[in-house]
Design a protein around this ligand. Structure first.
Ligand code: ATP
Ligand code: MG
Length: 452
């Protein structure tokens, strides 16, 4: 970050007193309030800041509460027994209250590199930023104007240095400063724009959107582990479908998920529908408080390409198992260069994919073997999503749904011991009479319904 990029920004403070805004302490977590009061009593400035203030003003429940102060991390640590200092790139204090962590950050300054403090910039990118500053400086180094509002615990007012209140009213995300410079400093800000626009139902200002195409390729240099975290925030926070559509609409999908963008571009509407259904199901599960796993999500996002590559190898005479394994390795390998999906998840993804062809083998032994596979549930949920691919897939999904409802002996009797045939050839008649009412397959512990 250099001062040059900020000559267009003159922070102009507007104070919105308590009776002119909607933030109530009722909606702020007890833990955050304790941190704010404690800092304030010790003579430091203490503000709630960032997404929490923004969300509260929009009438949403914040997912975390961040605090900004003029106390240094060491000074914060002295005030709280339950405090640990973290981070190298950004030194921060975490004050821990059971499961809740309040992040306390010292105001960051705009000091020049080489001056006092610890800021490190490589090719215009901020790689370390530990220069303390004033609240005005802290405000203008934030990304969006709507993210630079401060709730002052000393008088319950909101401090607006860069016009964030206006943007919340207009429901628009505007960057602070020159967009190209701000994205060069940190290309992940582009993804944040898309994610926040989706989550908050706000639009992205035209000036903030314009550089996406030219600066987007810089996302290739962002740390893949950070892009994994950012992907989870986009897709596993309850707004996955909206985030996905926003990424595509903004032209950013191809930089983050080149594999997905490529498969979608081949023009398969069924694939788009499958991906969108997968994301919508995930959102619904989150809304119901059910568990979700990144493995299923990424299995959905990468499926189109894996399937097509596997079919390509099979058409060239390769053995089916080998073709699927090879396709999975190739596609996962390419995607992980961008987004570092941890091994424990890619392993599950590969299992979900490789079980798909096995659903088409309707023979007694194979059916029962597949049903007891530890990944059966996730693979079956995945099969149900594939109903979008073709009527035959839909029928296959229905067959397996029905098969799981049947008493084992009825199912076994209906299945051929060997040989082939389509699912419908071997579908036992639905059991209607009371005496033999379908028995639900007993769930194993840890086998979450509809989950992965
Ligand atoms: P969420 O709803 O996901 O928590 P958020 O805006 O609170 O959204 P955080 O990652 O929690 O996102 O960041 C907290 C605040 O820190 C932001 O509101 C913003 O002011 C600042 N911030 C976060 N990331 C960046 C960034 N890459 N560049 C500049 N400022 C940032
Ligand atoms: Mg936040």
């Amino acid at each position: 970050m250099n001062l040059e990029s900020r000559t267009d920004i003159t922070p102009a403070l507007r104070i919105i007193p308590r009776d002119q805004h909607t933030i109530s302490r009722k909606n702020i977590s007890k833990a955050a309030l304790r941190v704010l009061y404690r800092l304030n009593e010790a003579g430091y400035a203490a503000y709630l800041v960032g997404g929490a203030v923004r969300d509260l003003l929009l009438g949403l429940q914040p997912k975390d509460f961040d605090v900004a102060t003029d106390a240094t991390p060491d000074e914060v640590k002295k005030l709280f027994r339950n405090c640990r200092l973290i981070g190298r790139r950004f030194r921060l204090a975490h004050v821990v209250f059971g499961p809740e962590i309040i992040e306390v950050a010292t105001f960051r300054g705009l000091g020049e590199e080489g001056g006092e403090g610890d800021r490190h910039i490589v090719d215009g990118r901020i790689v370390r930023d530990n220069i303390w500053g004033t609240i005005e400086e802290d405000a203008i180094r934030r990304d969006f104007r709507a993210n630079a509002l401060y709730y002052d615990i000393s008088d319950f007012s909101v401090r607006d240095y860069v016009g964030g209140m206006q943007d919340l009213e207009d429901r628009v995300l505007r960057l602070i400063g020159d967009p190209v410079t701000r994205y060069r400093e940190d290309p992940v800000r582009m993804l944040r724009a898309a994610r926040l626009a989706a989550k908050l139902d706000m639009r992205i200002d035209a000036a903030a959107m314009a550089p996406f195409e030219s600066i987007g390729p810089l996302l290739a240099d962002a740390a893949p582990a950070r892009l994994f975290d950012e992907s989870l925030k986009m897709f596993l926070s309850g707004n996955g479908l909206k985030s996905f559509r926003m990424l595509e609409q903004c032209g950013l999908l191809k930089f983050l998920f080149p594999v997905t963008a490529r498969a979608l571009k081949r023009g398969d509407e069924a694939l788009r529908s499958l991906v969108e259904h997968g994301l919508a199901n995930t959102d619904a599960r989150i809304a119901e408080g059910k568990s979700v796993t990144p493995a299923f999500l990424f299995a959905v996002l990468l499926w189109g390409e894996v399937r097509d590559v596997a079919h390509h190898w099979i058409a060239r005479g390769q053995d089916s198992n080998e073709a699927w394994a090879r396709a999975a390795a190739q596609v996962v390998g390419e995607q992980c260069q961008r987004v570092a999906i941890p091994r424990r998840f890619t392993f599950t993804m590969e299992e979900i994919w490789s079980l798909q062809p096995r659903f088409e083998q309707i023979q007694r032994k194979r059916v029962f073997r597949l049903m007891t596979h530890p990944r059966f549930r996730a693979a079956f949920d995945f099969l149900l999503l594939r109903a979008d691919e073709s009527p035959a897939m839909r029928e296959l999904g229905q067959w397996w749904a029905h098969a799981q409802q049947l008493p084992q002996e009825v199912l076994a009797a209906a299945l051929p011991a060997g040989g082939g045939g389509s699912a419908s050839d071997h579908m036992p008649a639905p059991v209607a009479s009371k005496a033999s009412r379908p028995r639900r397959r007993r769930r194993r512990p840890g086998d979450k319904p509809g989950s992965m």
